[in-house]
Design a protein around this ligand. Structure first.
Ligand code: MTE
Ligand code: MO
Length: 195
């Protein structure tokens, strides 16, 4: 058996427990869209129906997931639309430095543009060959493998291009603005530490 390499302070839990704040939203295909808004290069807002999202080019990413509370789940195979592709389809203005990923009910997570652009960052529609379950984010979930789980909104609905940083849901509630698990950057009070 392969011994997993875990970020500091993490322990493996079996399977794939569900964890999030608040209720699970109901998917209404007729009302659902994915929007890219804020500082787009063209000044316009972009919008895709779920059917249109399913027609976009896809990639597969296999990754472990690390929750900032200290649990990790291993070997997830996600399939969906690379974030880098969205940046091509809806180019950001040159001044854009960060994005806010928005989910149903106002959940949000801010990311540096470079983290969103990361080659593993994916807007997943499928997990292990099956559509995501609603508890794990159906119809669309952001997966940012190199950051703690709170940077990956389930029930993703929008990407806002920002010309300066602004804190998202957990980042406003004591969690680290960058959320790098490999440096154990869990809490906002760690932000003034070197590195
Ligand atoms: N919309 C939404 N997305 C969310 C959260 C949330 O509360 N709301 N929690 C995040 C956190 S802290 C983690 S660890 C993962 C958990 O994902 P899972 O339930 O699929 O294991 O979802 C992330 N995405
Ligand atoms: Mo988490």
């Amino acid at each position: 058996m392969e011994i997993p390499v875990l970020p500091p302070g993490q322990r493996v839990v079996r399977g794939w427990p569900v964890s999030h704040y608040g209720p699970v939203p109901r998917f209404r295909p007729d009302r659902w869209n994915l929007q890219v808004f804020g500082a787009t290069a063209s000044g316009t807002t972009y919008s895709w129906s779920f059917k249109e999202v399913l027609e976009l080019p896809t990639a597969t990413v296999t990754t472990d997931l690390h929750c900032a509370s200290g649990t990790s789940t291993l070997g997830h195979e996600f399939y969906g639309v690379p974030a880098a592709l969205l940046l091509e389809l809806a180019p950001p203005a040159p001044e854009v430095t960060h994005v806010m990923a928005w989910a149903e009910y106002g959940y949000s997570a801010n990311l540096r543009l470079a983290d969103f652009y990361g080659e593993q960052t994916l807007m997943a529609t499928h997990h292990a060959g099956e559509p995501l379950t609603v508890e794990h984010g159906f119809p669309l979930r952001l997966v940012v493998p190199h950051l703690y789980g709170y940077k990956g909104p389930k029930w993703l609905r929008g990407i806002e291009y920002m010309t300066q940083d602004r804190r998202g849901f957990w980042e406003e509630r004591g969690y680290h603005n960058i959320a790098d698990p490999w440096t154990g950057s869990r809490h906002s009070y760690q932000e003034d530490e070197a590195g």
